[in-house]
Design a protein around this ligand. Structure first.
Ligand SMILES: [Zn+2]
Length: 464
């Protein structure tokens, strides 16, 4: 047996437990797991993982890279965004290809391929985006053929021409059921949100409350009402529904209750909802933290962690959408003009590891399940991604059990010149990352190659 690389002496961690074993890599695949592999393949490169955890690399199924925004783009493209992913121990990202104007879903996918090809450093996939169900739903079969069996609808963003109303959600769920696809939903209640924002749409309130208006105009029911409605359409159509970036505890209750009744609904949460709360909007730089939906309260954090433990929530994503402090500064005191989104790829695994595993909110195995294995399963790329099995892609992160590194955006790969977690001491950064057999992070530094990343076709989503 010819092995190119052998990871020796580490503790392999999967969803089902831990084993002390060497892991042998040939080409892009894991080809052997066992003891003393170095003795059978003498000229292989050895990576010493003694005292370290060897896990399937992270899979982030909710990112936005190179997203057009006003006259520019979000600040991380497929190069810096995937470098950040690598350093965070993530080797697969799934982005949303969004049609603009009269574009078809498949044209949007073509556009996103152009953004990624030749510069992505880790593997990538795309979700479709349905902004007009009459025009876009007939395209779903072609999308599925291209390895994209998931598409998102937004329940808000009428002003951007992206919003889907109940008929669009209903029709998409029916079609997803027929074709074996999965509908993803950004669940917030558009008309009530508009009403609440219109009430503070005046210079006095904007001056008085600043960035806090972002949270004041989005009470929990803005999310929960929409979650409830989406679940209803899921239930009556029998379609598969995936609620993206769930931010509220009561939202998790609704998902749990529906799952208990056999409704085919899954939900993810994001790292920032697990560790940040809305007190950030009172900070001087509070506007930087604006994202949609916004971070909620400590009680929500607690409920979301519980949701992960009880498998109401299947995975943790980042919803990475970076803007520099300069891009964010165009808000100029008006919360409604803040470019929404935060960086997260570099810190996803460290946040969930440090605040989950080290704070005993999750076991080590649950951490692997929520950040690596289940996102791959749910989005239809398991076991190629998210596993440590012979025959699968050698996508691996090696992490130190306790060593903490202080988060400092100056030293990060992202183009964002700030981090929501600046100066936090986090463990769980990848000491080494491999993507399809290639070492792309060594000693915590990115050493990969532009263009190494390739497209990952997916099928049969929605299974946990
Ligand atoms: Zn998003």
């Amino acid at each position: 047996m010819k092995l190119d690389t052998i990871i020796t002496g580490g503790t392999l961690v999967t969803t089902s437990g831990r084993t002390r074993a060497d892991l042998g890599i040939g080409g892009e695949k894991i080809v052997a797991i066992g003891r003393n592999l170095a003795s059978v393949s003498k000229d292989a490169r050895i990576i010493d993982a003694k005292g370290l955890y060897v896990i399937p690399a992270g899979v982030d199924v909710h990112v936005h890279l190179d997203l057009p925004f006003m006259d520019s783009n979000s600040s991380d493209d497929y190069n810096t965004g995937t470098r950040a992913a690598a350093r965070g121990g993530i080797t697969t990202v799934v982005d949303f290809a969004i049609p603009y104007g009269e574009e078809t879903m498949n044209q949007a996918v073509d556009n996103w391929f152009k953004k990624a090809e030749g510069i992505a450093c880790v593997d990538y996939g795309f979700h479709g985006t349905i902004t007009n169900h009459r025009r876009h739903l007939p395209e779903l079969p072609r999308l599925i053929e291209r390895g994209i069996p998931t598409a998102k609808e937004f329940m808000i963003y009428a002003n951007m021409g992206w919003q889907s109303d109940d008929d669009g959600i209903f029709a998409a769920l029916e079609e997803c059921r027929r074709l074996g696809a999965m509908l993803m939903i950004h669940a917030e209640s558009s008309s009530v949100l508009s009403l609440l924002t219109s009430r503070v749409d005046n210079p006095e309130d904007k001056k008085k409350y600043g960035a806090r208006l972002h949270t004041m105009t989005r009470p929990h029911y803005v999310e929960t009402e929409a979650v409830q409605r989406a679940i209803k359409w899921c239930e009556v159509t029998g379609g598969k529904l995936f609620i993206v970036h769930l931010s509220t505890g009561p939202g998790a209750d609704l998902v749990k209750e529906a799952q208990g009744r056999g409704v085919n609904v899954l939900a993810e949460t994001c790292a920032h909802y697990l560790v940040l709360d809305d007190s950030v909007f009172g900070r001087k730089d509070g506007h930087l933290f604006a994202c949609q939906p916004q971070v909620k309260t400590k009680a929500d954090q607690k409920r979301l962690w519980q949701g992960l433990r009880e498998n109401t929530l299947c995975n943790v994503s980042t919803d990475t959408c970076t803007f520099t402090t300069r891009q964010k500064s165009i808000w100029n005191g008006d919360y409604s003009k803040i470019p929404m989104g935060m960086p997260g790829l570099e810190t996803l695994l460290p946040i969930v590891y440090t605040h989950g595993v080290l704070k005993r909110q999750l076991t080590l195995e649950q951490f692997v399940r929520k950040c690596c294995t289940d996102p791959a399963k749910v989005m239809g790329m398991y076991p190629r991604k998210g596993s440590l099995e012979v025959g699968t892609d050698a996508d691996i992160a090696i992490i130190h059990p306790t060593r903490r590194i202080k988060v400092d955006w100056h030293k990060m790969e992202t183009n964002a010149d700030w981090s929501p977690y600046q100066d936090w001491e986090l463990a769980g950064f990848a000491e080494t990352t491999l993507c399809r057999g290639a070492v792309i992070v060594e000693d915590y530094k990115f050493t990969g190659q532009n263009g190494h990343g390739c497209f990952v076709p997916r099928k049969n989503p929605g299974n946990q």
